[in-house]
Design a binder for this molecule. Structure first.
Ligand code: PEP
Ligand code: MN
Length: 344
């Protein structure tokens, strides 16, 4: 259920509704909007009687939310969410670029990519310190040592750090060292980790599971938001299909489909989405053209030597080309949104 407050509702009237929801044993989520404040209710096992709230001062109406996901939906919050990470944003005017190696392998390797990112004006740096690998014998990441290298990237270049947490222990450390916590495709339905992410003080970058539907992705985001963390960024990273020309099939149609239903920002990862270096730039361009709020790509100074995901890593010169092209497409899309083609 969603309680819509009058535009002129006072803080005290909002607080009274929150108290009432909590007294009933449920959780209240205050969602300020451009026009009015809404208060979402979660934790109720079944439909609530609107009469509980409709007589209260400042309340316009109590409306049942028809979809299984609530806090993620446009019904609850019509305006787009802009996730703020210091002075950088995802979901705002600028198309965000998140770039870096698949894994933090060494100080040198990480700093080389970070220096390029910084020179190219990229604001977000990615790199895994904890790697969820298919084989237990593959490189699993440097752990806390990797996080320390990432913290140094932030100190030296001012880049915002995006890195994955794979369990509760690594989530505690990621929270200490990073700016955005990534939950990977393999953990999209690790519900206990999602709840932990919901209690984190960092924004969460939530990647789509490799065979997850749109609804499952939104419900995973709902787990995070239901715990009180409303800064969630969704990420399309390809799904498994019969295709053999690519590692995964990048499902770009999910971008407008999600934007219709949800206010959360959505970014596209053409690196995992294709698994092949030569497909990354064309699909990054396509991701921006389709309206994504950002792009996440893997870059390595020497991809043949990469300890993970070498075949999909962009070389440094390719990285420069990608940034240039993504910005050109982003500018074109902005112009088209501002000046739609004349009718007729
Ligand atoms: C990653 O971003 O490095 C990663 C492991 O991605 P995914 O969870 O999408 O496979
Ligand atoms: Mn990777």
């Amino acid at each position: 259920m969603l309680i819509l407050m009058h535009q002129a509702a006072t803080e005290e009237q909002i607080a009274a509704v929150v108290r009432k929801i909590e007294a009933l044993g449920f959780r209240a989520h205050v969602i300020p909007g451009a026009q009015r404040t809404a208060i979402g209710i979660t934790g109720n096992p079944g439909p609530l009687d609107p009469g509980f709230f409709e007589g209260m001062p400042g309340v316009i109406e109590a409306v049942p939310v028809s979809r299984p996901y609530k806090l993620t939906s446009r019904e609850v919050k019509p305006e787009k969410t802009v996730v703020r990470v210091g002075e950088a944003t995802i979901g705002g005017e600028e198309v965000a670029i998140i770039a870096g190696p698949c894994a933090v392998e060494s100080y040198e390797q990480t700093m080389t990519v970070a220096e390029w990112a910084s020179r190219l004006g990229v604001k977000f740096f990615r790199g895994g310190a904890y790697k969820p690998r298919t084989s237990p014998y593959s490189f699993q990441g440097l752990g806390e040592e990797g996080l320390k290298i990432l913290a140094e990237v932030r100190a030296r270049f001012g880049l915002k750090i995006v890195t994955e947490a794979i369990d509760h222990e690594s989530a505690d450390l990621v929270e200490r060292y990073a700016d955005v916590m990534q939950i990977g495709a393999r953990n999209m339905q690790n519900f206990s980790l999602l709840r932990r992410a919901g209690r984190a003080r960092l924004p969460i970058l939530l990647k789509r599971g490799m065979s997850a539907t749109l609804e499952e992705l939104l419900l995973a985001a709902e787990y995070i938001m239901a715990e009180g963390n409303y800064n969630v960024i969704l990420c399309e990273r390809g799904v498994r299909t019969f295709a053999q020309h690519a590692r995964n099939t990048l499902d770009l149609s999910i971008v407008p489909a999600l934007q219709r239903l949800s206010h959360l920002p959505i970014i596209v990862d053409p690196s995992h989405g294709t698994g092949r270096r030569e497909q990354v730039i064309p699909l990054a361009r396509a991701g921006v053209a389709v309206g994504a709020d950002g792009i996440m790509v893997e870059v390595h100074p020497n991809p043949e030597r990469a300890l993970s995901d070498g075949p999909q890593a962009l070389t440094l010169p390719m990285f420069r080309d990608l940034v240039e092209q993504v910005r050109e497409i982003a500018a074109l899309i902005k112009r088209m949104e501002r000046e739609p083609a004349p009718m007729g």
